[in-house]
Design a binder for this molecule. Structure first.
Ligand code: PLP
Length: 413
């Protein structure tokens, strides 16, 4: 037995489920089947406990405090930064900036580039981006006179690589690309794209919001300038996320917000900014959330990202095989490389009705445009229903999903 098979055999989903209190409930008289993980994942008790422990024992404001509680809070906060650094294999913990989430991290970078991007410059994104990786760049373009270029996707929801490359020119000054699409599940060949962009000296931001719970990330191996993610899709609380940036990029960038903690000297004439990463962390941060993020990463590491991905991919493959048996079901997003997301439509049933009717059966799936309206336009659908899998989902839950879909089709005739 090779290592990965052995690990998969050792994967104890029942034991994992016991760590997630929220999963143990009935919804509308049926056991909850939570398949909306790409919108937010549930939190293990280890994460919940870390937050309760912080508030019960250590709560104080961080940095500059000389008293014991402040020292403890600061230590826990900075330890979480080290945990994120190691998780991403960043060269230094100073390259980790805590943000409210992926959205704020992207806005922070787009804002920081406002002084370097000029009229006539181009910013390159792809047609599968989340609104959070579109709108901040549109705003930057509006501010600077730059223009936004969008690399197209094919009918499987894969990036068209030749067209992508053809859009890179000496006008291209920045690129922002999702590692994994939230609407389609597509995983981009991100290392290859980064290398191509670097041949033209184009800095790259990778939107890792969807990839981070499913793919081991090594920012030094990727060599991207920026990598962003949210904690809440990684079993951590909402309201916390991180920006990785290469030190030289972060040092050049203007701060995002002004306030406490991001300064070293303030007079009414001028302010000297604090060092990176504090320059980007104005005001009292989400200390409890940061500690929760550290605990979530420890939890994920205790199981293993690759082991989690293998389990989820098995669920996805199982779901896709079952889905093929349902004539009226069409999967949207059939990329060769994809993560544990199945977006689908049913002939003659509006996706919103799918969402509501599934809930009546205790099954939580998302229905909507998934913050990716251009993707919906491309596939000619107003919305899709989306089932997305996490470490605690089971094959029985996939069976429940399929039975739920078949019930629906029967009801709608
Ligand atoms: C969820 C998501 C975002 C935005 O994350 P927030 O947590 O809402 O800030 C950005 N990009 C992708 C691909 C996502 O899935």
């Amino acid at each position: 037995m090779n290592q990965s098979v052995e690990n998969l055999a050792a994967y104890d989903v029942d034991k994992i489920r016991q760590d997630f209190p929220v999963l143990d409930q009935q919804v509308r008289g049926k056991p909850l089947v939570y398949l909306d993980n790409a919108a937010t994942s549930q939190k293990p008790k280890q994460v919940i406990d870390s937050i309760v422990n912080y508030y019960e024992n250590d709560n104080a404001n961080i940095h500059r405090g000389v008293h014991t509680l402040s020292e403890r809070a600061t230590l826990s906060y900075e330890n979480a930064r080290k945990t994120v650094q190691q998780f991403l294999n960043a060269a230094s913990e100073k390259e980790i900036v805590f943000t409210r989430g992926a959205t704020e991290a992207i806005n922070l970078v787009a804002n920081g580039l406002a002084e370097t991007i000029k009229q006539g410059d181009e910013i390159l994104i792809t047609a599968m981006e989340h609104h959070s990786n579109i709108v901040p760049w549109q705003m930057l373009c509006k501010k600077t006179g730059a223009s936004l270029k969008v690399a197209p996707i094919n009918e499987h929801g894969e990036l068209m690589l030749e067209e992508f490359e053809a859009l890179i020119s000496n006008k291209t000054k920045f690129a922002a690309i999702s590692h994994m699409s939230n609407a389609l599940g597509t995983i981009n060949p991100i290392k290859q794209l980064i290398d191509q962009l670097h041949q033209h000296d184009v800095p790259v931001l990778v939107d890792g919001a969807q990839a981070i719970p499913h793919i081991s990330v090594d920012v030094q191996a990727l060599d991207c300038e920026f990598y962003v993610f949210s904690g809440h899709k990684l079993y951590a609380p909402t309201g916390i996320g991180a920006l990785y940036g290469k030190m030289e990029q972060l040092e050049q960038m203007a701060p995002y917000q002004g306030g406490g903690d991001m300064i070293s000297v303030v007079t009414f004439d001028k302010t000297v900014y604090n060092k990176v990463p504090y320059k980007f962390e104005a005001g009292t941060p989400n200390i409890a959330g940061t500690i929760g993020l550290g605990a979530a990463i420890d939890y994920v590491n205790s199981i293993g990202v690759d082991e989690i991905a293998a389990h989820e991919n098995a669920l996805l493959n199982y779901a896709v095989v079952q889905a093929k048996r349902i004539d009226k079901l069409r999967v949207i997003g059939t990329a060769k490389e994809k993560g544990a997301i199945m977006s689908f439509v049913l002939d003659g049933i509006h996706p919103h009705d799918i969402g509501t009717m599934m809930d009546h059966q205790g099954i939580a799936v998302r229905a909507g445009h998934h913050c990716a309206m251009p993707v919906m336009d491309f596939f000619g659908v107003p919305a899709t229903a989306r089932a997305s899998f996490a470490m605690y989902n089971t094959h029985q839950e996939v069976d429940a999903l399929m039975a739920g879909i078949e019930n629906l089709i029967e009801m709608f005739g």
